[in-house]
Design a binder for this molecule. Sequence first.
Ligand code: ATP
Length: 237
Amino acid sequence: MADIRFANVTCCYAGAHEPAVSGLDLTVTDGELLALYGPPASGKSTVLRILTGLVPVTSGRVLVGGRELADPSVGPMVLVFQNYALQPSLTVLENIGLPLALQRVGKKDVAQRASDAADRVDLTGVLRRRGGTLTTGQRIRVALARALVQNPAALLLDEPLANLQPSLRSEVAELVTSAQQSLGITTVYVTEDPQEAVAIGDRVALLEAGVLREVAAPADLDAPGRGQRVRRGTQDA
Ligand SMILES: Nc1ncnc2c1ncn2[C@@H]1O[C@H](COP(=O)(O)OP(=O)(O)OP(=O)(O)O)[C@@H](O)[C@H]1O
């Protein structure tokens, strides 16, 4: 695990008139949960896409633990999808081990590492259950364990509460933050909701039209929603 440093990063998509991200200077410290928020089309997903290597930067540098993002010795940046992308017919253990199995890691090793990752997020009791039979809380734990099994340099969460029923959001938000804290993994958490950002982030960063407007600890922030927890019953995305 490591810190992530964006140094004057600009990203302009081919054919676009304006950069999606412009002159971004931002450090996510080792073990921190940075909540990146902003309105639609402000560049949040582009930041995640840069970190996963899906989109190249036009200028500037991204360093992870002091090394270039593209350096093969930098561990993977693992993106957790909004729907957690579990395979319903596979067991919890198989779902967690899937990224390793796809890399052709040996079966015994996959099972051992998947079981260790499951332990770390309190999933030990349900290892043989099928993905399609799990509660939402269990599903997000499986998604987190499946990220951990890859020894990630950082975890990237793209609006993980957006598809949830309002009544489940507080519970899942607490699960994510407590797992992230106990695992101490550097995390970038993207949301459109300022109140969610403030409730979840160690620090929050506001992007608008591709420009970083503010980075602050929640207590020091001027933005709306300061000090509030994720509300039950907020708008569905
Ligand atoms: N593949 C692409 N080609 C051209 N322009 C793109 C592409 N992807 C995104 N953009 C543009 O880049 C800008 C930032 O988009 P991005 O998806 O990063 O924002 P966002 O804050 O994640 O928005 P949302 O929450 O709606 O997904 C937008 O103006 C968008 O139209």
